[in-house]
Design a protein. Sequence first.
Length: 494
Amino acid sequence: MRGLAFSTVFEAAADAMILADDAGRIAVVNPTAQRLFGYTDSELQGITVEMLIAPRYRKQYRYYQDLFLKRPAKRAMSAGNELIVQNRDGKEILLDISLSPIRKKQQLLVLIIFNAARRRLDTEEALRISEERLRLAKQAAGLGIFDYNFKRNIIYWDKQMRKLWGRDSEKTVSYEEFVAAIHPEDREERRLAIEKAMDPTSNGEFKAQYRIVNPQNGMERWISAHGRVYFEFGHPNRLIGVTRDVTEQKQIQKKLQLHRDETENILKQQVAARTASAIAHELNQPLAAISAYSEVVLHALDSGSTSYSHLKRALEGCVEQAQRAGRSLHELLAFLQKGELVTERSSLTEIVYEALNVVYNDGYGRFHPVLRLQDNLPEVRCNRTQIQKVLVNLFRNAIEAMRNLDSPDLTIITRMGVIDEQKMAEVIVQDNGPGFDQSLVKRIFEPFFTTKPTGIGMGLAISRALIEANGGQLWIDADAETGAKFHFTLPLES
């Protein structure tokens, strides 16, 4: 028997193997089986395999053996084929068993392979625990799982997603039916996010937030979706991801934003009031003096007793007080704007994206940005924070002007141009709102002038001052055909 061709594999096998004849008597035992049962090869030869089986399982083994001998064929190890064996010390061991026929000339031999069932059971138990943990984590986080097959145009989704979409019984749904539950205002933005993820040059990451309308009760819920597109031969094949109901978070964010806006308006009003008070205080005395000198001149002219020297002194007094008022105003503005302007090399494109993120995070997300950002635009020299504030102010003004539109578009353009014989970077921010009446365009940058019910009219005035402090210009295009169109420039990094 030891001359069999498979003897080398038999001896080196990691599983316990026994070669027996058709009567069940052991012919050969490999080293692994010897260690498993605690017997030597010579001790096992000639005894029946049944003697290694725990007594209460011997009837089950005889059934397996008879079934095998009637139709000798390989029977793979699987659940339900476990047997308990006993080693030399009487210790019981749960094992899987498989039987394979081997014919040598006219003799039928049976190769019996024992495998520790505990390893498989432990693996199955670990998998069950892992799946249970995943289920609990999904339940705790409110996660839903989806698998969008692009070729079949079908979405596989779990129970959590079906519950949100009001389709409890269907495990698959067509893409058109899936999209039908998404709020019409949010479909375009989500579509663009999917197209971006499907671009083979991208990393395939998909991120979107949108509202869904439950067809059963009409309830709106905010959904946050995150997934990844998988490609096959360079073409998008599937989008797999998770969704989470973020309605409560959105409501909290909205309340916080309203609170922030209210606080910001109160602060702006206080700043404006204190600034106006300070200006009034500084200008009150010079203006009173100018008024008094002017009355002296008028009185002299009316009485006809004009004295050249008296008139000259009065007019000189007016000039002196006017200059004093100017000096006081400049000193006050210098005090309010004190601090050296710190500038740095900056990417204008990065600042635009940062400002858009600020606007989105502040709850101003109901618009479609149309970005026409010049590739390889040279860096600019500016105070990054101040320019971001200017952009945020322009974006917010535009979004508020487009509140009542079904499809608000905010076009943002960056480009390089020549202004006053100097190369400058230019930014254009244009909305498709109602725009400004021509009579208002001239006053749009005046301090305390506003077209908003709750505004104080300082945003654009401050924005222009910040742009000018950074070496650029800010203006409105009075001839814009659609909406409001603002331009500002910044010096390029030399």
